[in-house]
Ligand binder design. Sequence first.
Ligand code: DP6
Length: 443
Amino acid sequence: VPIVYNNVMGYESTVTSPVNIAVVKYWGKRNSELILPTNSSLSCTLSQDHLNTKTSIRASPSYTSDRLWLNGFEEDLYASARLTNCIRELRRLRKEKENELSSSDLASPENLEAAEHHVPPLSEWCIHVASENNFPTAAGLASSASGYAALVQALSNLYDLSISLTQLSMIARLGSGSACRSVYGGFVEWQAGILPSGEDSYAVSVAPETHWPTLQALILVVSDKKKSTPSTSGMSTTVKTSELFPIRISEVVPKRIIQMKEAILQRDFTKFALLTMKESNQFHAVCLDTYPPIFYMNDISRAIIKLVDLFNSQVDEITKKPKGIRVAYTFDAGPNAVIYAEKDVIKEFIELVMYFFPRGTGQTSNSFFPDPFGLLKSSCSGNGNPSTTPAEAHSHPKFENYTPIMTRYEPGSIRRIIHTTIGDGPRVLDHSQALFNEAGMPK
Ligand code: DP6
């Protein structure tokens, strides 16, 4: 249904799309034009309630060029070959659809009043694209996966294309490899494929988000002033120079994809966690084996690994039995840690993180850890002002098992703790939630 404002007609679509975090990593391309990977990868889609990209696209015969706004600022849409590739492909499919219809079915721009009964020639109209993340860009989280997934979903809806999620995933892949996994919720495999055309390189669902409802995630946003190597150039140097890399691709990853799928289908946290941590370690090992070497983790990242390791080595005081592997870490192309854990251990781990990595001076506890599930609520005073939680006290017997080995880090070493769950795939929103005002400009 067309939207008419100020005598300007347009068609519009708004969606949100999720972030995904790989547990078997994509690192390496066999074709960088088509973004075809050297190996299959597997990820968990995180909940859009806490992390998402929202994208609105409007097409109108009155627009004179394609325009793009990212987080409220206009950018040159044509500056990105990947973005224009995605748009070109969806326009081509729209054109195909329009060509299938007879000319009498198509609305002419001169006769827009009749548009409701005709198919508008959207493929010929320019578009306005507005995209926003609901998490601060300063959080240092990559948004290309959720961003491209939202773009292709919104444009495919706008164009009323009846394409499969497989096709949509392939188009999102042209924007950014990892984006092809964000078209599904839950647990997702990107099958590398072998065809030079890329027709067999797309994401498939391993299990929906409802499959393992107790699995949760924490993102520990680590302070970092350095600009890290972009993944595109980093992985290209790895493919060219790392001698460990071919072994990873031929021997390690194929095995791990199978094992990881088993772990997920069996909801076997120990198996899932061990594989996740070893995968992260090997990804960073091939980065170190790249020449010149690439370092994504910093001292705080490594301290988080140590904390996870200590947590996983705890022994039950009464039974004297090991408590087992209860949390897993994974790191992408930057210093932030993503922690996976079952719901019942998350609180204990968050308290530990807050003790060893206290919030920065001048930072409110709500901006440090918004606590969306109210885990630490009981430790707040009744006057509405957040009190010091046990985790923030100067010393606490709870952490005695850790203090001989772990030291407390400078306040602000971790900037933010985001607590989330495994979530669903892209969501379609209605017109009232669009990012455009009546004139078709970002609100
Ligand atoms: C380390 O998808 O950002 O996060 O395809 O070049 O855009 P391009 O790379 P990108 O790479 C992500 C790499 C990773 C691992 C992963 O998500 O699997």
